[in-house]
Design a protein around this ligand. Sequence first.
Ligand code: HEC
Length: 197
Amino acid sequence: MTRAFGFRVATLLAIVLLLAGCGRNMVDQPNLRPLQGSEFFADGAGMRPPLEGTVSRREGAVDPVFLTGQGAGGLVTELPVELTLELLQRGQERYDIFCSVCHGHTGAGDGMIVSRGFPAPTSFHDQRLLDASVGYYFSAMTNGFGRMYSYASRISPEDRWAIAGYVKALQLSQNATLDDVPTDVRLELENSEGRVR
Ligand code: HEC
């Protein structure tokens, strides 16, 4: 047996022994799934409650208006977050993902799912919904509305406000006149060719 051959055998042996050492002990150890019971804690619950007095630092966590869309005088008529172009762009992106499938890209209630037989929602350009406050839209997403499920667990409150703001902008856009456009943007529009988004 040459030295090189002996070395190779020894290396292979070492690898085999090392691999045999990789058990599944870490994977198979006792562990709990969320909400599973446990005899370890006195209250019988596997999940631990937050310490008493814990205050969430999440934005708006302690602001009921931000979380519900309801103020002292009912559904709020103003966004509880700053209205910026970024907010509306985020709202547009989220709306196109979550809402346009039923409500349609323009809000007319003619989305793809509706064209396949799902009940058509009222157009967002219906006078009743044009008059509805931004809080109304936030609340409909948060609590669901009739046959429409709640989006509370799927869309964060921040994004629900962004979408609500975007829907109000969408409504404006569908009923806007050229006079609503600021002069500089208007010149740009008039000089541009083709479709402007
Ligand atoms: C699966 C289809 C579907 C999706 C997706 C959907 N909706 Fe709806 N929505 C409906 C239907 C249908 C109604 C009317 C329900 C009824 O009257 O029973 C409705 C009602 C509403 C209303 C109340 C309208 C009124 O008549 O007062 C609002 C506001 C609304 N939706 C907003 C949204 C927003 C914002 C999103 C996206 C986050 C969304 N919806 C996603 C189907 C949908």
